[in-house]
Design a binder for this molecule. Structure first.
Ligand code: UDP
Length: 233
């Protein structure tokens, strides 16, 4: 896999560290340290962050789904602003783009603008998902990675790859070194949600899954060294 322009997905829970909710500064500082190694080496890095450390649209029955999803999208923006600031503190230049206007808080996404920022050596945060309810940040990252001609999507997870069954339940579960996106879809392995999987297949966007908590895993992945699973197209 080429690694000139890579998109990294962090789940909201990943930012929360052991607390599982809110932010864990040490966890995010460690992510920043590793991303900086790649940025300093000239890799263009786009970041998408989930919102699960604050809110998930589908978990509330009390309010209408569209509104619940809007809260979820705002949660992803809070996450991006936080991580962007920690990245700046670590010595990187950053921009936070959203698919809808947030006043002076973020900038409105456009491909030209994002390209310009990448060329300036900035880490670009694609916050707010797709901007539409009933989608996820999985679809958000796929959409932006395809649109921005990224080389691949890196999924830093709390598990070290894609397994044929849940290793928490099945001690004999086997990890794939590589697997095709078609097989991921056929076997319902849920690397990313189905909408995002279909889009990756249609637009030939490879992915890699690895353990966020393994030492130097992000820095290694951005150099093409994946200790996990590569999802081929
Ligand atoms: N969300 C949305 N549209 C998007 C991206 C996210 O409505 O394009 C909302 C949705 O409510 C989701 C929440 O934001 O539950 C957090 O996003 P994430 O992808 O972390 O959700 P998860 O898949 O963990 O529920």
């Amino acid at each position: 896999m080429d690694m000139k322009r890579v998109f990294l997905k962090l789940s909201g829970e990943a930012l929360a560290g052991p607390k599982k909710t809110g932010f864990d500064e040490d966890t995010v500082k460690e992510v920043a340290r590793q991303v900086k190694i790649s940025v300093d080496a000239g890799v263009q890095v786009g970041i998408v962050i989930g919102g699960g450390n604050f809110w998930r649209g589908r978990t509330s029955d009390a309010i209408e789904r569209t509104k619940a999803d809007q809260i979820g999208m705002l949660a992803t923006i809070m996450n991006c602003i936080y991580v962007s600031e920690i990245f700046r503190n670590a010595g990187m230049k950053t921009e936070v783009l959203t698919p809808f206007v947030c006043g002076a808080v973020t900038e409105l996404f456009s491909k030209d603008k994002a390209n310009r920022y990448f060329e300036e050596g900035k880490v670009v945060f694609f916050a707010g998902g797709t901007g539409h309810p009933y989608f996820s940040t999985d679809t958000g990252i796929t959409l932006r990675a395809v649109e921005m001609d990224a080389d691949c999507i890196l999924l830093a997870k709390s598990i070290d790859g894609v397994y044929d069954s849940d290793p928490a339940k099945n001690p004999d579960a086997k990890r794939y070194d590589t697997i095709s996106i078609q097989e991921v879809i056929d076997k319902k392995l849920a690397v990313v949600d189905l909408t995002a999987s279909i889009m990756c297949m249609e637009h030939k966007m490879p992915m890699a899954v690895f353990d966020l908590n393994e030492k130097d895993s992000i820095a290694n992945a951005m150099q093409g060294k994946i200790n996990g699973t590569i999802v081929t197209v």
